[in-house]
Write a protein that binds this ligand. Sequence first.
Ligand SMILES: Nc1ncnc2c1ncn2[C@@H]1O[C@H](COP(=O)(O)OP(=O)(O)O)[C@@H](O)[C@H]1O
Ligand SMILES: [Mg+2]
Length: 283
Amino acid sequence: MDGGSNPGGSGGGPHVIVLGNEKGGSGKSTTAMHLVVALMKDGHRVGTIDLDARQGTLSRQIENRRAFAEANGLKLELPEHCRVHRAEADTREAAEADESARLQTALGELSGCDFVVVDTPGSDNHLSRLGHTLADTLITPLNDSFLDLDLLARIDHDARKILSPSVYSQMVWEQRQLRAAKGGRPIDWIVMRNRLSHIDARNKRDVGRLLEDLASRIRFRLAPGFGERVVFRELFPKGLTLLDLREKGAGVAMSMSHVAARQEVRALLAAIGLTSEVPSAAQ
Ligand SMILES: Nc1ncnc2c1ncn2[C@@H]1O[C@H](COP(=O)(O)OP(=O)(O)O)[C@@H](O)[C@H]1O
Ligand SMILES: [Mg+2]
């Protein structure tokens, strides 16, 4: 991120991090929650916006966190949270104007934050596009399978070659142009491979090769993601993240696997450039 005294990185308002792709279940909300907690633990004031209000995964995680802290007498950091619902109106123009106004209101409420983390739905809609234009940093988690690459590009699966960018990549491209036209800073687009497993080394290598090729073609950076771990399911109902496991009363026993998982979160943050912390075995 940009240096300087403002931890948000820009001359003015908060640094906006958007989690986006057009696929459900790839880890957007999970990654959002981990980033939010990591940034709060680093002492930043963090706001959150849930643009996937229908599913409301991020909202529920934050609510679970508040409830778990209250029930157990814990002091857990909480972000300032806004939920922005899709608008219903007689015309599409009216609905879109309403959605723009709702998002602006949310941003206004969070203007004092250092960071605002925006979670988006797994499908294309006006609110999601608006969210993408806000991004200083856009993070796209991608399930680490060959099939999921079609989120970013049309792939010839037999020849394992890239044919053309996907609709999502084109959408990001358009939002980048819109933002540039308004004089905004360029979007730093980061793709992270999620749910990495040790099985199928060939697939893993092929996915990696194609992603590196795509990264230079459609201009994103690659960051390490999280391994496939059951602990995420255990943490969700408590609104906890891997970064909370040291809290007394978290109620999830720390194991070697959790230590490795926490390192993955720290490595992601370091790759994004959002925290000063360097991943270390002690974390
Ligand atoms: N690295 C991972 N290992 C295991 N489960 C994961 C991992 N990342 C996400 N999940 C699980 O996958 C499901 C979908 O994740 P979620 O973050 O809600 O995706 P999205 O927001 O993109 O729809 C959740 O049940 C979550 O706990
Ligand atoms: Mg989600």
